[in-house]
Ligand binder design. Structure first.
Ligand code: ATP
Length: 454
């Protein structure tokens, strides 16, 4: 029997770059689009909306280089055209076009996303892609697309559509403010945040920075986001929203499935000779100069792999400088990094995002030998003149300095930036070993992932 759900009823929607430094928010547009779809059409969502973070090292992002993908199945195939039209209108109305936003909006009809689009996403996580390349894919796969401003948003929109999140992923519930409250400051009970964070560990992350005593779930300024809570399970996150006992009347919330906290942008191995500016990745390499500190407390050292030598930089706010300063020539390490553009002062620099110390070499210091007669450390008589004991005056004309193993304070371990300096994609230490592996779109969508408060 032919399935009543044919390919034509399925629509994938990707969009990006609707906000700018001057305002608006792409996830809030997602919230509005979902609420309109739910209100006006008979349809099912095939997945949570995806909040897709792309290469964080591109220079033209507004904040966290986030894009959105929504996948749905309509009961009536005739609705598809109207849905596309509605979303286009909503995006035009809610984007900051002409004020720094360059939105891209793409639609793909059919069940399976073609591999070419999935590959585009894979590269968008660590490379720099052109809108021409996105356009080529869009045309080849008969996708509808709309681009505004300089059209760069097409890259993020197409990449988001190709993001399937089949292996590791996390969730974020974002609660939105009513427009009347946007100018007021957010009132969040710090103790309740800490209480939630402690009671739900390790199933939540980046709620509170215990070192700098800062709440991390809420942005500042006139953003429509009231707060965003991240973690492993939507039910725990919604419970977190309740535990916060937020007094402000909110517009509603939406749960996103996301690649945040997965470290995915650093998953590809880069040869040091082939690192392109603004790309992200990792390298296994040897430390070839001892670290030195520059103004601002940042640490620089050179690393080498089979292909080339590069300068690596560890910035003071990451909290990694203490570890970096203890590295030594010969140490074998893995670093995750983004490639900073070369300047007149420096060739390209690897901005370090994590350090994994694989092998800390033994370090020796050369010291004077002990007196063979009384055991006391001898004094040098001058270059090539041997040593004399100051206590018993024994002379040793042919004595040589001896090698003494210096204890290393550094441990072979993984080091990541402190919470305040982490990017959306940074994988928290406690998530190592907790990675998810698989997503079942038929059974895994939890019912209460969206709500509008009246
Ligand atoms: P917010 O997090 O507030 O939503 P943002 O940081 O996501 O904002 P955008 O305004 O979306 O910033 O700008 C990012 C721009 O970079 C978009 O135009 C997007 O298409 C583009 N982009 C994203 N990833 C890549 C990539 N790998 N190569 C080239 N362009 C990219």
């Amino acid at each position: 029997m032919k399935s009543i759900i044919d390919d034509k009823n399925i629509l994938h929607i990707g969009f990006d770059d609707t906000d700018s430094r001057y305002g608006r928010c792409t996830t809030h547009l997602a919230f509005k689009i979902v609420s309109n779809l739910k209100r006006n059409y008979s349809l099912n969502f095939l997945d949570y909306p995806l909040l897709v973070r792309l290469n964080p090292n591109i220079p033209w992002k507004t904040r966290g280089n986030g894009a959105i993908c929504i996948r749905l199945r309509t009961d009536n195939n005739k609705d598809i055209e109207r849905i596309i039209e509605d979303i286009r209108n909503e995006l035009e109305r809610c984007s900051y076009i002409g004020n720094g936003a360059n939105p891209g909006l793409v639609f793909f009809e059919g069940l399976e996303i073609p591999n070419e689009i999935k590959e585009f996403y894979r590269f968008a996580m660590f490379d720099i892609l052109s809108k021409q390349k996105a356009l080529k894919i869009v045309k080849k796969n008969n996708m509808k697309c709309f681009a505004y401003g300089n059209g760069q948003g097409l890259v993020g929109a197409t990449a988001a559509l190709g993001c399937i999140l089949e292996s590791d992923y996390t969730f974020e519930v974002i609660a939105y403010r009513k427009s009347d409250n946007l100018q007021t400051s957010r009132k969040i009970d710090v103790l309740k945040v800490i209480d939630f964070d402690r009671s739900m560990y390790p199933y939540t992350f980046n709620c509170y920075d215990y070192i700098h005593k800062r709440v991390l779930i809420a942005p500042h300024g006139p953003d429509p986001v009231f707060c965003g809570i991240r973690g492993e399970d939507p039910k725990i996150l919604l419970n977190g929203l309740k535990m916060l006992e937020i007094k402000e009347k909110l517009e509603g919330y939406l749960v996103y499935r996301t690649n945040q906290g997965t470290g995915m942008h650093l998953n590809n191995k880069l040869e040091l000779a082939n690192t392109k500016t603004y790309t992200s990745g990792f390298s296994r390499c040897k430390v070839v100069t001892n670290p030195y500190t520059i103004q601002g407390g940042h640490i620089l050292f050179a690393v080498m792999d089979n292909s080339d030598t590069c300068l690596a930089a560890v910035y003071e706010p990451t909290g990694l400088t203490k570890i970096a300063s203890q590295l030594h020539i010969g140490d074998f390490i893995e670093i995750g990094f983004g490639v900073r553009k070369a300047t007149s002062k420096h060739t390209k620099v690897l901005n370090v995002e994590y350090i994994l110390i694989l092998k800390a070499v033994n370090i020796y210091e050369l010291i004077n030998p002990n007196c063979k007669n009384c055991g006391k450390r001898m004094k040098s008589e001058g270059k090539n003149k041997g040593f004399q004991c100051k206590r018993c005056k024994t002379l040793d004309r042919y004595g040589e300095k001896v090698k003494l193993l210096k204890p290393r304070t550094i441990k072979e371990d993984l080091y990541i930036p402190n919470a305040k300096a982490q990017r959306h994609l940074t994988k928290p230490l406690h998530r190592y070993g907790m990675e998810k592996n698989g997503w079942n779109r038929k059974t895994d969508v939890f019912l209460n992932w969206f709500e509008i408060f009246v």
